[in-house]
Write a protein that binds this ligand. Structure first.
Ligand SMILES: Cc1cc2nc3c(=O)[nH]c(=O)nc-3n(C[C@H](O)[C@H](O)[C@H](O)COP(=O)(O)OP(=O)(O)OC[C@H]3O[C@@H](n4cnc5c(N)ncnc54)[C@H](O)[C@@H]3O)c2cc1C
Length: 386
């Protein structure tokens, strides 16, 4: 049933594919679908193509996914990880460096590529609702304060963790956790090519981190479970380490529990989800850029009828990260201490050789080189069950 307020909206031509959200996953999908010859519009609720800056770390798999132009978003390379817990530490040297990227640069570059591929980018246009029609879908939007109705064959929800598209098409909401980051001056004792990770299970089942974006600046962050408590713990952590925040970055991010089917048929139309909207986030590290691109590529392939191989790989990948998270989530301090101690030279070698976006291979290699980690992981899983 159509809502009363949409009875006489201004009508437009039928769009082939309408993508909601012009951030990483949406623009990546739009460019691929437009290159495949389909007519694509991207609708973004923000008034300008000027996303908030955010410092992110990704594996070098990112380079395989993006064009040369989008590499301008890379700020720094990370060659070493230092893991800390309860006075212990372990170092992992990476064979292929991780990359520190700046999200607003990445999004601007992806927007140029999508437009170049033929996608029509519309800002200040908020998705409100969708409903079936004879040829596909009605898409109700608010463009600069004016209600409009578009028609599409397919709609792609790339509108983030609180996806309105997902709700409109009947997907249940995804659970989210708070992530807070502060940009600080890089401390003198930290080399600019080294990421630091602190496991403090009394504060968070996740971890704190510091990722240097240059010789001068680093992003320090934490993932928690409850917004206010997480911010208080983070303030205490910053103070303890002597970090003074220069900028704040933060948002809620989805927690992957199980595969979210990416497609639903609504009447004669198809609705898809990509990126955070489909919880395509590695729940062990809460990284969503590379996996969001994989989801975007998978959905673009599905729209262009090129098969589902990419989505199958992504599903396997996200499942392995979920297994790792389940094992870690109930670790006590003693378990983390044992974990850091067990990261002997050969296990560290695997961690450094294989990147986190090939998690199944990584997991088997680490276990092969340090079988005691299986027992520790199983203990974590059993603690979770209890
Ligand atoms: C502080 C922080 C640090 C992070 N660090 C990392 C990291 O180091 N590595 C990593 O890989 N990942 C990291 N992540 C996660 C990563 O940023 C996200 O997974 C990724 O940006 C999700 O992209 P997306 O395109 O799916 O969604 P989003 O970036 O959330 O984009 C959704 C878009 O949809 C638009 N929108 C929403 N509703 C509507 C509507 N109704 N109509 C029209 N438009 C709408 C929004 O304005 C937005 O532009 C971090 C996240 C945060 C918050």
């Amino acid at each position: 049933m159509e809502d009363e307020k949409f009875k006489s909206p201004e009508k437009r031509d039928t769009e082939d594919v309408v993508v909601i959200g012009s951030s990483a996953a949406g623009l990546y999908t739009a460019a691929r679908v437009a290159r495949g010859g389909r007519r694509v519009s991207v609708l973004e609720s923000k008034a300008t193509p000027d996303p908030a800056p955010r410092t992110l770390i990704v594996t070098d798999y990112f380079k395989k996914q993006i064009s040369t132009a989008a590499r301008s978003s890379i700020l720094n390379e990370i060659r070493r990880f230092e893991l800390f817990t309860d006075g212990r530490s372990a170092q992992v040297t990476l064979k292929q460096p991780d990359l520190i990227i700046e999200r607003s640069r990445l999004i601007r570059s992806l927007a140029e590529e999508a437009a170049h591929a033929g996608a029509n980018l519309r800002y200040d246009t908020r998705f409100l609702d969708l409903s079936p029609n004879a040829k596909g879908l009605h898409v109700q939007v608010d463009e600069g304060g004016k209600r409009e109705e578009l028609h599409a064959v397919s709609v792609v929800g790339a509108d983030g963790a609180r996806s309105r598209v997902a709700r409109a098409a009947g997907w249940p909401p995804v659970e989210t956790v708070p992530l807070v980051q502060a940009v600080v001056k890089l401390p003198k004792d930290c080399p600019p090519d080294t990421t630091r990770v602190w496991f403090v299970p009394d504060d968070t089942p996740y971890f704190y981190w510091m990722i240097p974006e240059s010789r001068e600046r680093a992003a320090v962050g934490v993932i928690g479970e409850h917004g206010r408590a997480t911010k208080l713990l983070f303030d205490r952590f910053l103070e303890k380490k002597g970090f003074e925040p220069l900028e704040w970055q933060g948002a809620r991010i989805p927690v992957y529990h199980r595969w979210v089917p990416v497609q639903r048929t609504v009447g004669n139309g198809e609705v898809y989800l990509v990126g955070d909207a489909a919880a395509q986030v590695k729940v062990s590290t809460v990284g969503g850029i590379v996996t969001g691109f994989r989801g975007a590529r998978g959905v673009a392939d599905a729209i262009l009828q090129k098969g589902t191989a990419e989505l199958r790989t992504l599903r396997r990948e996200l499942g392995t990260h979920w297994l790792i998270r389940r094992a870690l989530h109930h670790f006590k301090q003693a378990d983390y201490s044992e974990l850091v101690d067990l990261l002997n030279a050969s296990a560290r070698e695997s961690l450094g050789e294989i990147n986190r976006d090939e998690s199944t291979r990584l997991l088997w290699n680490v276990i092969r080189r340090q079988p005691k980690l299986v027992l520790l992981g199983l203990r974590g899983l059993l603690l979770g069950k209890r």
